[in-house]
Design a protein around this ligand. Structure first.
Ligand SMILES: NC(=O)c1ccc[n+]([C@@H]2O[C@H](COP(=O)([O-])OP(=O)(O)OC[C@H]3O[C@@H](n4cnc5c(N)ncnc54)[C@H](OP(=O)(O)O)[C@@H]3O)[C@@H](O)[C@H]2O)c1
Length: 259
């Protein structure tokens, strides 16, 4: 049995489907099973802020995903203490999680450390920015408005969330990934204006971007944005291809089906 937290979200929903395709038994956790609309062997009620040890009974592997936010720092070590008997744990982290200049490092480092300290069979997945984040632009595109771009020319190895889920399914179900930290990116670097151009091509319409000064944003968001703007996230790795045995999907491949 594999316990998937965050099972109703972007990565978790795809991961549950991937695991079921592999014939693995899945316990999908959500705070509201009645609203979840997930197909899994078990859909269980659970809250990461109150990790009930019963959630982990009979669980061979745990996929630990916390929603974005500073609460992750205290939440994940507590969840991992409750999960002490689980043999394998895979944690979703974020790219450059060990660089204090990133927005997410403070969220993810305590969970990463607790995982390394408490488990022999651990794997950390550090994805780059998800391609699906761009779906938040849909209302502006529909309204004919320009897309605000806080990242300037800062390029990122934007990753297809389906690739992240597929990597998670592999490392949860196959041996050979214990003690590994994978940085999951797409196959190329891409800026916000280039992402917008791809979406414009797919939708066959002109979409503008407008530069957004990070100084207009509150800290620590502004610091995280400056990190990307200054090229800190301009990273492409082969980790998706190494785990999956095929190249990572490009932003354009993702956009052709998602938009
Ligand atoms: N977006 C990016 O570009 C990006 C890049 C790298 C890393 N990440 C990391 O990816 C993670 C987010 O993944 P995602 O986008 O797949 O998530 P998401 O779509 O935002 O979904 C969040 C999930 O968390 C669950 N959840 C929220 N609060 C909870 C609680 N108190 N207890 C239990 N479950 C709770 C929700 O389930 P219910 O509401 O059903 O309970 C939902 O399934 C974050 O850790 C983020 O740092 C994101």
């Amino acid at each position: 049995m594999i316990l998937v937290t965050g099972a109703t979200g972007t990565i978790g929903r795809r991961l549950v489907a991937e695991l079921r395709e592999r014939g693995v038994r899945v316990r999908a956790m959500t705070r509201d099973p009645a609203a979840a609309r997930i197909e899994a062997d078990e859909v269980v009620s659970g809250d990461l802020d109150r990790p009930d040890p019963a959630l982990f009974a009979g669980v061979a592997a745990l996929f630990l995903l916390s929603p974005p936010g500073p609460e992750t720092a205290a939440r994940e070590p507590a969840v991992l203490r409750a999960a002490a008997g689980v043999r394998r744990v895979v944690k979703l982290s974020a790219i450059a999680a060990d660089d204090p200049a990133t927005l997410t490092s403070a969220w993810h480092r305590p969970g990463e450390q607790a995982l390394r300290d408490g488990f022999a069979d651990w794997t950390i997945l550090r994805p780059s920015t998800f391609a699906s984040n761009t779906l938040a632009w849909a209302p502006a595109i529909r309204a004919g408005e320009a897309i605000p771009n806080p990242f300037g020319d800062g390029a990122q190895g934007v990753v297809d969330p389906a690739d992240v889920a597929e990597v998670a399914a592999v490392v949860l179900t196959e041996d050979g990934h214990a003690g590994r930290t994978y940085t999951l990116t797409g196959p190329e670097l891409i800026t916000v204006p280039s992402q917008v151009a791809v979406i414009g091509k797919v939708l066959d319409r002109a979409i503008a971007t407008v530069d957004l000064d990070p100084a207009a944003l509150p800290e620590p968001v502004a610091a995280g944005v400056r990190f990307v703007r200054d090229g800190g996230n301009a990273v492409v790795t082969d980790d998706v291809a190494a785990v999956l045995g095929r190249p990572a999907r490009s932003f354009e491949q993702w956009a052709l089906t998602a938009w």
